[in-house]
Each structure stands twice: as structure tokens, then as C-alpha cells.
Design a protein around this ligand. Sequence first.
Ligand SMILES: *[C@@H]1O[C@H](CO)[C@@H](O)[C@H](O)[C@H]1NC(C)=O
Ligand SMILES: *[C@@H]1O[C@H](CO)[C@@H](O)[C@H](O)[C@H]1NC(C)=O
Length: 409
Amino acid sequence: MASGVLRASLWCVLATLACAGNVNPPASSSNYSAPSAPAVGSNVACKDKDGKRPSCTGTCPASCPQQCLVFCPGCRTFCRPDQVRRAKKPVRPAAIFIFGDGNLDIGNGNVLASGDYDVPHDEQQTLDSQWVMTDGENIAQFIAKFMGFQGSPPAYLTLPRPIHVGKGFTGINYACTGAGLRDLDPNLDGWLTIPMSKQLQQFAATRAQMEAKLGGAQAVTALLAKSFFLIEVGGVDLTHYLPYPYTPTEVRDLLALYGDKIKSLHSMGARRFGLINVGLIGNSTSVGGGYDVADMNKHATEFNDGLKTLMDGLAKTLPDLRYSIADLYTFTETVFANPSNYGFEDTQSPCSQSGDSSQPHCDNPAQYWFWDYYGYITEHAANLVATAFFYGPPQFTAPVIFRALLDEK
Ligand SMILES: *[C@@H]1O[C@H](CO)[C@@H](O)[C@H](O)[C@H]1NC(C)=O
Ligand SMILES: *[C@@H]1O[C@H](CO)[C@@H](O)[C@H](O)[C@H]1NC(C)=O
């Protein structure tokens, strides 16, 4: 599911007109408050579907303000981190720069779909950047909020040119629905997206503008060293770009591309990276017939293992590189094994049957993991994911939780 875009959305961008409904703003999420995780005092159980491990039960501790999270196996409980008043606020980064695919996109895909791309943007044409393929906020927005910002920095394509990089600048979100580590295959003619290579070019352009505004490379280097770089990419390559079944070197080739991107960002001044790995793609609502669930998940695992090795190696060679890899795969697996512990009633089908957010959808999106058939997740799911990666518990991020990455000098 990590990938964001699924097969259906490919069709959508191929036939933008037919899918015009997709560019409507999502249904209001005004009814959404907090995920319905176990309340204080309630009992929770973890069952191992395969029967390999013993089941367990736990009680959501009274020391938590309202709700807790329970992680299986073992039934360890944690107070919901976003409900706990923290003595120490996280060190807010100077800015956040966000790259990758649809799970982090807050409007770039929308601009592409609206056909306004390449039209010079002036103040009057600033586009509504509210379109997100979920019932509310996505992972990028939650993580930015936890860092002390009002939300994700704006989507690159929605910004008037020249981009304002002066006072109040909080970074830029370059992530785009459908983006891969690979450039577009010409066979996917008509798929509108901004691949990682192009997102990095856009960052380079932003950087040049910052240099002019801040008065030189040194000031920019200092600002970027104190900034946070959030990336989620790879899932779209594995679900859509590659001929299936994959060739044996496919995953290795993708990781080589990923390494190039990290090196390139580092050479431009990026130092602190939060990377989200590829989720349980075989079980995404985006995956249609013809794909083997286990095989797809195996490739995701291979990619994720390779990403660990890659970053471990880069950290030894690139000066001052700090990173954390968030394990979306294991997190998803954990939630899917015991959905009700996290407030979910359904982790298989999407809340929105049509994939068109202007059409009727399920009554309570917070009970669903998937928002739509494209594999996008609900606000509830995004909140949980972001909470786990930013605040912990620590088993889903390595070597440190995102929050600790900010505190490191
Ligand atoms: C919010 O809840 C009310 C009452 O349950 C319901 O009538 C309304 O349709 C809900 N709004 C949304 C956007 O789901
Ligand atoms: C993924 O899908 C397969 C096939 O439908 C299913 O057997 C498996 O339990 C699912 N995995 C999870 C973690 O839900």
C-alpha cells in the first residue's frame, strides 16, 4: 500500500477527463477526531493468525491520558504519544523538504491532473493545494505537525514563481502521486507524475533561489544542515513501473538509483533523512489480478533489507549523514494482524468504493485502513503511522525514532 498509486490511478491519469472527480476536494473530515484506539482500562488481545506464537492479553494502563497503542506479539502497551504532554518539545527543524510518492503528496499530483502544469504561475493562479487522496490529512502533514509546523510545507507546483524563500519559509513538498525512483517508462505514455530525478531538479532550483536570497552558499548549507528530509519512494516502481514478474536484478537496480538520489541530496546540503520503506504492497487495495501477493511482498522485503544496507554504507562515507528508516512494512503487518487494537474494523477493503472522494463513502473512515482503491490510506491510518515513526515505540524505526533524529546535534 505504501506506493500510493495503484493500477486504477494509472488509468485515471491516462484518462484525466474520465476521472475528473478525483481532483475534487475530499469529503470534509470534520467528524474525525482521534483514532479509536483502546481506551484506558479496556482489555486488548493479540492473536497470532498462524498460531505460531501464543496469544496474549493486556490492559490499557490507567496512566495513559485516554487511549493507548498495543503492539503484538507481546501485548506491550504504550500511551498514545500524541496524547501525552511532552515536557520537552522536539527541536523544530529549520525547514522540511519532502520527496516521493502519493502517500506524501499534498497537491503536486493535483496540479498535474488539472492540466495547469507548465503554465507559469503567478499570484492569481495559486492553486488550491488541499487535494489529498485521503479523507483528511496524510503522513506528511502529521509528521510536519509533530515537528512543530502547522502542517506540510506547500506543494512545489502550487507555489507562485519565483518561490518565496524568505521569512516564513518552512520548506517544500515535492512528492507527487505516481512518482518512482525510475523515470517514466515511455510505455506509460500519458501517466503524469514527477519522478524522483525531476523532484531533485526542482530542489536544486529551489536551492539556487535560496542561495540568491540568503546571500550565498554558506547560509544555505547551514539552513539545510538543520533541515529534515522526508522521503517515501520505491513502492510505485515495484507495483507499476516494472514488468512483472521482475527480473532478478530489478530490486538491486532500484536501490542503486535510491543511493544516487541520497548522494545527490547530500551533495546539495541535505544531512538529516527520514526514509519510509515500502509497505505490504501485495496486500494493497491497489493490487489487482495477475500479481502474486506473496511474491510482491517478498520483493518489498528484499527492497527494504537492501535499503538498510545501503544507508548503513552511505552513513560511513557521507560526512554528517544522519538517518532513520521507518518500517512501514512491519507496521502495516502488525496492524493487519490485530486491526481492532488500533481501532480498525476493516483493513482489506477501502472506505471509498468509487475512488472518487466526491462520491459517497463509508460512514466511518476511521475504521478503515484503506481510503480508496488506489491504496491510499485513511487519516486514521496516517495518524497512527506518523505517530509510530515520530514518537515510537522504537521497533518501527532504525536506528532511531524520527524525533530523536531532530534532537541529534
Ligand atoms: C458527521 O456526522 C454526522 C452525524 O453523525 C453525519 O450526519 C454527517 O454526515 C457526518 N459528516 C461527514 C462528513 O461524514
Ligand atoms: C495478505 O494477503 C494474503 C492473501 O489474501 C493473506 O493471506 C495475508 O494474510 C495478508 N496479510 C496480512 C498481513 O493481512
